[in-house]
Design a protein around this ligand. Structure first.
Ligand SMILES: [Zn+2]
Ligand SMILES: [Zn+2]
Length: 380
């Protein structure tokens, strides 16, 4: 079967042939890939030649976002059956630490995990994949088309979950007892700034707006960009960061509400990400999800920064990957997002290709690009 990925010692993206995988254990499931999503990590792997191939292998199949249909299931599999639409998680635990032993490998303590399509394990840019039932989640039949957003949305779900859990330290966030961070109405009376209007920034904005958080999104695209259209469609405010310093960005978000409760970093723009810490509000939280790739050395007033973080009770938290529970949250929120912000998920898919178009998939994208998907054809 056709597979798309990286080949040891050869920069760029390549096509190669792999044998079709088989079920070998009673808890395994064979899945036919229908749609795979391409994201910033995939583009960065190709652009920066980030090869992370398992020892003893010459290639890695890329792709960590997918929707598929169960082709066959092992004798012990209970939660899915042939014909079911499913999605698969990305990370496979180290098998040693407590988080991994409890299917929370997104919080792995040893770093000895693998990741499908990214880190030492084959991904989903191919026709068939096999995995254990615990990593496979059944998708309601009517979500088959939009379920390709389950994985990217799960990253936003985990980031927002971290914010809510950590900020539950503030039982008096505002004067309304039902607006505390763990209550269903948590987003009311709160303001957030999202950095980056790529797919992750847009999906984080969708979750924030779904919770009625007053949201600003900053990026470096012009006002007539399709990304800005989506941001405004969700009732968020767009800020063109090209015309504002980080200080001006935060001042803009703090007026009129006065406090910026949440900063959600989804751009990987290291200088802005660090500089913004200087302007965090008191008792606020800053979650970082973007991963800068190049080296950047900069000068900071360390004493001022530490003084401020201490005096203002501030939290800066990193959030990476996601686990099964976040995939389940995604599958609940996809219909909610799509009905509240009519058709926005469909609108995010700006580019669609076949597997065999792999060279075009990774060609430089145009200004209108938001999200690329690959429709996998049988026997391609
Ligand atoms: Zn672990
Ligand atoms: Zn309130």
């Amino acid at each position: 079967m056709l597979a798309i990925g990286m080949v040891r010692g050869k920069p760029g993206v390549h096509a190669f042939d792999l044998p079709r995988p088989d079920i070998r254990q009673p808890d395994e499931v064979l899945v036919r890939v229908k749609t795979a999503g391409v994201d910033g990590t995939d583009f960065n792997m190709v652009r920066h030649n980030l090869q992370d191939i398992a020892e003893g292998r010459n290639e890695i199949v890329m792709g960590h976002e997918m929707v598929g249909v169960v082709e066959a299931a092992g004798s012990e599999v209970k939660s899915v059956a042939p014909g079911d639409t499913v999605v698969m998680t990305v990370r496979r635990g180290c098998g040693i630490c407590q988080p991994c032993l409890h299917n929370q490998s997104d919080m792995c303590m040893t770093g000895l995990y693998t990741e499908r399509g990214i880190h030492k394990r084959d991904g989903f840019f191919t026709e068939f994949v096999v995995d254990q039932e615990q990593y496979i989640i059944k998708v309601p039949a009517d979500l088959a088309k939009l379920a390709v957003f389950t994985e990217p949305l799960s990253i936003a779900e985990k980031g927002i979950e971290q914010i809510r859990v950590i900020q539950s330290r503030l039982p008096w966030a505002c004067e309304h007892p039902n607006h505390t961070f763990l209550s269903p109405d948590w987003g009311k009376c709160k303001t957030a700034l999202v950095l980056g209007a790529g797919p992750l920034g847009i999906l984080a904005t969708a979750l924030l707006r779904l919770a009625d958080v007053y949201t600003y999104v900053a990026d470096i695209v012009p006002e007539d960009s399709p990304k800005v259209h989506l941001v405004k469609h969700m009732g968020a405010n767009y800020i063109d960061a090209r015309s504002k310093t980080p200080k001006e960005l935060v001042e803009f978000c703090c007026s009129p509400p006065g406090n910026l409760d949440i900063i959600f970093e989804a751009s990987g723009a290291a200088a802005t990400a660090i500089e913004l810490i200087n302007y965090m509000s008191r008792s606020s939280i800053y979650v970082m999800t973007g991963i800068p790739r190049e080296e950047l050395v900069m000068k900071v007033d360390a004493a001022r920064l530490v003084r401020q973080i201490v005096r203002y009770n501030q939290v800066i938290v990193g959030s990476v990957n996601s686990n099964r529970s976040h995939f389940e949250m995604s599958l609940k929120d996809i219909p909610a997002i799509n009905s509240r912000f009519g058709g926005m998920l469909e609108e995010m898919i700006t580019h669609s290709f076949k597997l065999k178009d792999y060279e075009r998939i990774f060609a430089p994208t145009d200004q209108k690009h938001i999200k690329t998907v690959i429709e996998v054809e049988p026997g391609e």
